[in-house]
Design a protein around this ligand. Structure first.
Ligand SMILES: NC(=O)C1=CN([C@@H]2O[C@H](COP(=O)(O)OP(=O)(O)OC[C@H]3O[C@@H](n4cnc5c(N)ncnc54)[C@H](OP(=O)(O)O)[C@@H]3O)[C@@H](O)[C@H]2O)C=CC1
Ligand SMILES: Nc1nc2c(c(=O)[nH]1)N=C([C@H](O)[C@@H](O)CO)CN2
Length: 228
């Protein structure tokens, strides 16, 4: 198995589509999930870890170091989109900040062993403008965005570190028509794009020659309209 791309949060929706997309594109994928990946593929190895738990993160690092000599990349996709309360803030801190911070530091040597390696932070376009209904989520994603800048400087020139900041990709599960129409109205391009914008940005970044510390915004032109 060639040096894999570690992707966190591949059990469903965007992360699952990303894991399958990269596997079908010829990458080896190490899928890290709290729950197992529904789909299987010969180029996907799965490992389960709750990235909010430090003991499980430490065990994951130990497994990876024992199994691989290098890593082609790390894509921090695992996330929780929760309400504004202290318990949710702590969970999103652990998932959006602590886990990427720790994994980037502890796996840096494996990335540096490879002729080409990339780290990609999946952020959110609300990181740069806030979100009145998801304050803690936007704040923790803003920290994740900021860390992409710091790690880009730390690991240059051997490892490229970039961010992707989506607007709408997939409606939240169980959302009603009124919510969906409100979400669509916030962008200039009024459709639910699915995972495609993120996959397109990942495809670019994994082969880009001159991008590090960059942030690719894929938000349907949401910044062009007044928020409703
Ligand atoms: N959907 C959208 O419109 C948008 C999404 N984004 C970002 O894109 C990315 C993918 O979005 P989406 O697919 O909707 O996200 P989801 O919330 O649907 O899925 C998140 C993934 O993270 C995993 N995860 C959650 N908690 C943990 C944990 N403690 N340890 C390990 N894995 C965990 C989930 O696994 P499990 O099944 O075990 O919970 C799941 O696979 C996210 O980073 C999101 O913030 C940004 C803007 C818009
Ligand atoms: N981890 C998640 N992050 C986000 C989700 C989600 O379902 N899981 N959904 C959104 C919304 O689609 C938002 O972008 C539009 O209302 C944002 N982040």
């Amino acid at each position: 198995m060639s040096a894999p791309v570690l992707i966190s949060g591949t059990s469903r929706r965007v992360g699952r589509a990303l894991a399958l997309h990269l596997a079908e594109s010829g990458f080896s994928v190490l899928a890290v999930n709290r729950r197992s990946l529904a789909a299987s593929h010969p180029c996907i190895e799965q490992v389960e870890a709750d990235l909010c738990r430090h003991d499980e993160r430490e065990a994951l690092i130990g497994f990876i170091r024992s199994r691989y000599q290098g890593l082609r990349g790390i894509i921090h996709n695992a996330s929780a989109w929760l309400d504004d309360d202290l318990a949710s803030l702590e969970q999103m801190y652990r998932l959006h900040i602590e886990a990427p911070f720790y994994l980037n530091l502890e796996l840096g040597e494996l990335l540096l062993n490879e002729p080409r390696a990339d780290i990609i932070h999946i952020c959110d376009e609300s990181a740069s403008r806030g979100s009145k209904n998801h304050i803690a989520y936007a704040a923790t994603k803003a920290a994740l965005l900021n860390m992409s800048l710091s790690f880009a400087e730390r690991y240059a020139p051997s490892v490229r570190v970039n961010a992707i900041s989506p607007g709408l990709l997939l409606f939240k599960e169980g959302s009603d028509a009124a919510y969906q129409q409100q979400a669509l109205a916030k962008a200039a391009l009024r459709f639910e794009p699915g995972a495609a914008p993120l996959l397109e940005a990942v495809d670019y970044l994994l082969q880009a020659s001159y991008s590090t510390g960059s942030n690719i915004v894929v938000n349907g032109g949401r910044h062009l309209k007044q928020s409703i």
